[in-house]
Design a protein around this ligand. Structure first.
Ligand SMILES: C[S@@+](CC[C@H](N)C(=O)[O-])C[C@H]1O[C@@H](n2cnc3c(N)ncnc32)[C@H](O)[C@@H]1O
Length: 398
């Protein structure tokens, strides 16, 4: 397996015709700036330039390399070209010209959550990966995902057929019995992929600018190659695609014109390190750990549920747009315990008021008197009614 230093154009010319199963390329995106980043220990800064005189120059740079990529791919091979809004329109046209528009397979949207935006406008949260094949005989391994929560059991188990008018319905046998679909393994992977960006503390992060996550590359490699197939990355940077290929027992060839990138790639290949994405492993639902019973009590309020803070159930906004945390007393909590949890959670957050919903009638008055003034205590409807019934049973008229 090889990692080669130099401009990928002459290097690609040395690769044999129809010898590669997958080319993944993550070239400069036509951002017209220089990219740099520093390792966590601050010992090394990596840089690469993405500055061009104009779009024509960039287009010619990419066209020449795509021609070579087309030549080295096997008839069963595919290319995955990573780009973004800066030049995706141009690269799509170039791919159509070099691979033929009939070989376009997918425009994959790699989507990730981001939290802030320095520029005016919509928060950019995706990149594009174009998938083209060399021929219709391209290798493809379908990946299945989980059904959505809204899929009903019939949709999963029963086969559907179309009648002569093209109307789809559940298939029935001659004697009117439904036909079960034993082969369904889940939902085939779609073309929008939510994969988190590497967080700044991820072990996998090398400090190389624009480094991609290994899990993203693993997914691409698994889709169109099998064990012992050959993956080539002509702009390998920190070597992410090669590390993914190695972990999946594929062969690999990497190229980069930066000598530091080549050294880093070799270091990573000698000791591959991958960060598991907790989001991908456990699914988004695993983060939804807000107390459902507590939120149920707050139904009807325009509340933002808080998933990752044990002291706050949700946030409300007052007329001045101030955020007000709210917490419902749990069945096994005293009022003081609920108040403490809420106060702890709001400390250092510049919050001047919080709402506590009391659900238990046996909290002593003493508890309430001790509470700080920033806490507004209200009784739950159930508690109010319970107290009302108690007063009534003592013979007081309401
Ligand atoms: C977007 S980065 C690749 C990042 C990589 N996918 C990763 O995960 O680390 C683009 C890379 O292309 C390299 N590069 C730019 N022009 C090149 C050329 N003509 N031949 C080979 N590499 C080149 C840069 O040095 C840079 O490492």
């Amino acid at each position: 397996m090889t990692v080669l230093h130099g401009d990928c154009l002459p290097l690609l010319k040395q690769v044999a015709n129809e010898s590669v199963d997958l080319v993944y390329l993550d070239p400069p995106f036509f951002t017209n700036r220089s990219h740099s980043a520093t390792t966590r220990d601050r010992n090394q800064t990596f840089r690469f330039s993405d500055s061009w005189h104009n779009l024509t120059e960039y287009a010619e740079f990419m066209r020449l390399r795509l021609l070579e990529i087309h030549r080295v791919l096997k008839p069963t091979g595919s290319v995955f070209l990573h780009c973004d809004k800066n030049a995706n329109f141009l690269l799509r046209v170039l791919l159509d010209q070099v691979f033929d528009a009939s070989q376009f397979r997918s425009e994959i949207i790699w989507f990730y959550k981001r939290w802030s935006n320095s520029a005016k406008g919509l928060l950019p949260a995706h990149q594009t990966i174009f998938f083209y094949s060399k021929s219709d005989a391209f290798k493809f391994n379908t990946i299945f995902g989980a059904y959505s929560e809204t899929t009903n059991l019939d949709q999963i188990l029963q086969r559907r057929d179309r009648d002569e008018d093209g109307i789809s319905s559940y298939a029935k046998s001659a004697d009117g019995e439904v036909i079960y679909h034993h082969q369904k393994q889940g939902v085939p992977l779609c073309d929008v992929w939510e994969i988190p960006f590497l967080n700044p503390k991820a072990k996998e992060r090398t400090g190389y600018p624009t480094q991609k996550p290994i899990v993203l590359l693993e997914r691409i490699i698994e889709l169109v190659t099998n064990e012992n197939d050959l993956v080539l990355d002509p702009f390998c940077g920190s070597g992410t695609s090669l590390v993914a290929a190695k972990l999946l027992k594929r062969g690999y060839i990497g190229m980069d014109e930066s000598v530091e990138a080549i050294a880093l790639t070799q270091k990573r290949l000698a000791n591959p390190e991958k960060t598991e994405s907790a989001l991908l492993k456990k699914g988004r639902a695993a983060y939804e750990n807000a107390d459902k019973q507590a939120l149920g009590l707050l139904a009807g309020l325009d509340i933002l549920p808080i998933q990752r803070n044990a002291g706050i159930d949700g946030m409300l906004r007052d007329k001045q747009n101030n955020l007000i945390p709210i917490r419902v007393q749990r069945p096994n909590e005293t009022l003081a315990e609920t108040a403490n949890a809420l106060i702890r959670a709001t400390q250092s957050k510049k919050i001047s008021r919080a709402i506590l919903v009391r659900t238990q009638k046996d909290s002593s008055l003493f508890d309430e008197l001790e509470l700080p003034a920033m806490l507004l205590v209200v009784n739950s409807t159930a508690l109010e009614i319970e107290q009302l019934l108690e007063i009534n049973s003592l013979g007081v008229t309401v």
